[in-house]
Design a protein around this ligand. Structure first.
Ligand SMILES: [Zn+2]
Length: 505
């Protein structure tokens, strides 16, 4: 048993989408379900939870550590974090560390793709500030999301990096255990103090094919396990990265935590080369809006309108990746073509309030979507009939939100000539059939479903879908990266530039 080591824990987490029209300020963090939690309240709130922080606390209890809470704050993906919010959260964290007295170690759960107006490499900035307080000798181990964009500067100030192994992410708790166990091994002297090695091939893959159950991530994670099974290497972290971040650290990285410097550097190099050689496997063809609608309408056909639904995935507007959940182009095309079916969710408080004022059965001209910004299209102007009004509350039944109470805020079903649009006042990716049934729609009985989500929706909709068509529509999270005007990513970079060559060194 340890003689009560003093370990500080904290979390500041945001996946920043530079191209999102949704602003990120301190209220974006404070307004989350947990709000901003500080000091001892963190221990009270997170002990026993299956979260990264919960994992830290569990190992802390086993080790007999004295756990010191600092700050826990996270916000859903949106645009660059306001300088004031980043500074406030970072200074809160360092303030608690300053006041904590002697520390033996620090465990942080960060994201990796947070980009602040005053600190493009926000995690690097946070960890440098932490290092400045705790000094060179106190180990700092960090848990991150595999969508992180990791920089060499970040790697210089941390002692260990643990990343999610799963996408969709279901292992934050297990990785929290792993991070804390790594810290325990360092503190006990079981291993000597590791260093963190990085390889960064010039690649910026879209997020469309980063799932860990199939595609290129499977091979990368397999190879990584082989490296980890030998001595000298504590962890190999594969970060495919997050491409909607316009800064020079954006892109894929391999981060190796190793006690053997020669092996650590070699592993990073080899894994970086493997990721580079496999880069094309991260791409997936998408159909343009007109082509996707064509294909859907052909599949549905006139005779077969009662078969299972064809799903059009509006992947570019996924709120889970920084989309505003209200881009209009796919809806516009469907309305023009007279398509029948249902759309979830359109974030549109203005249309919802209009529908509530009209009441069920009321009819009026609506301006649908395109409210957060006109960057991705003007509102669709169309006559609609209000079919249902709801408080937007339901309990999820699909794998992603099973058993959880989901709150969409006031929600209206607006019927535009047979295209039924679920309009909400809270922004959500429709990752459960409940987003349709909350306004009385049975999704399996619709010929066509439009879902604004990238991947998580598949768990509940693949079983009822005839097919899923991913659409190349305007939005802040489009897999077709040539749509974006990058100004700061380091060039040349694949796939934005042609004929990029690279060899790991
Ligand atoms: Zn992620």
């Amino acid at each position: 048993m340890n003689d009560s080591k003093r370990i500080a824990i904290g979390m500041i987490s945001h996946e920043t989408n530079t191209f999102s029209p949704v602003a990120t300020d301190l209220e974006s963090f404070a307004g989350q379900r947990h709000g901003i939690v500080e000091a001892g309240q963190i221990i009270a709130d997170f002990t026993g939870t299956k979260t990264g922080i919960g994992g830290f606390l569990e190992v802390g209890a086993e080790q007999g550590w004295q756990m010191i809470g600092t700050v826990v704050a996270s916000a859903t993906p949106s645009a660059n974090v306001a300088a004031s919010a980043h500074t406030a959260l970072r200074d809160k964290l360092t303030g608690y560390l300053n006041g904590a007295g002697t520390l033996d170690g620090v465990l942080l759960h960060l994201h990796g793709a947070m980009l602040a107006e005053n600190a493009p490499d926000a995690e690097g900035d946070i960890c440098r500030a932490v290092r400045a307080v705790i000094g060179a000798d106190v180990p700092l181990v960090v848990e991150l999301d595999l969508h992180g964009n990791i920089t060499p500067e970040f790697c210089e100030v941390v002692d260990g990096v643990i990343v999610y192994d799963t996408n969709p992410h279901i292992d934050a708790y297990e990785r929290g255990l792993e991070a804390a166990n790594l810290l325990a091994a360092i503190l006990s002297g079981d291993i000597k103090r590791p260093r963190v090695y990085i390889s960064k091939p010039p690649m910026l893959p879209p997020t469309i094919n980063m799932r860990t159950a199939e595609g290129p991530m499977v091979k990368l994670l397999e190879r990584r396990r082989e490296w980890e099974s030998g001595p000298g290497i504590q962890n190999v972290a594969v970060f495919p990265g997050f491409p909607y971040a316009d800064f020079d650290g954006a892109g894929t990285s391999i981060i190796v935590t190793a006690t053997d410097p020669e092996l650590g550097a070699r592993c990073a190099r080899e894994m970086g080369q493997l990721a580079w050689d496999m880069r094309d496997e991260f791409l997936k063809p998408l159909l343009s809006v007109p082509d996707a609608v064509d294909e859907a309408l052909v599949l549905i056909g006139e005779d077969d309108a009662h078969g299972p639904p064809v799903v059009l995935a509006d992947v570019a507007d996924n709120p889970g990746g920084g989309g505003s959940g209200e881009t209009p182009e796919l809806i516009r095309e469907l309305v023009q073509r007279g398509a029948q079916g249902a759309v979830a969710c359109l974030w549109d408080p203005e249309s919802v309030e209009q529908a509530f004022a009209l009441g069920v059965g009321g009819e009026a001209e609506f301006r649908l979507g395109g409210k957060a910004s006109d960057l991705y299209g003007e509102p669709v102007v169309a006559r609609g009939v209000v079919r249902c009004l709801s408080d937007g509350i339901f309990v999820g039944h699909g794998p992603v939100v099973r058993g959880l109470t989901v709150r969409c805020g006031r929600t209206a079903l607006i019927d535009v000539n047979g295209l039924k649009i679920v309009a909400t006042t809270v922004r959500h990716a429709a990752n459960d059939q409940g987003y349709f049934s909350v306004v009385g729609i049975q999704p399996q009985r619709e010929p066509l479903l439009v879902i604004k989500s990238r991947g998580h929706f598949r768990a509940d909709f693949e079983p009822i879908a005839r097919t899923i068509i991913e659409v190349d529509a305007p939005g802040a999270a489009n897999p077709n990266l040539s749509r974006y005007n990058y100004e700061r990513v380091s060039r040349p970079i694949w796939p934005l530039d042609e004929d990029v060559s690279w060899e790991a060194e």
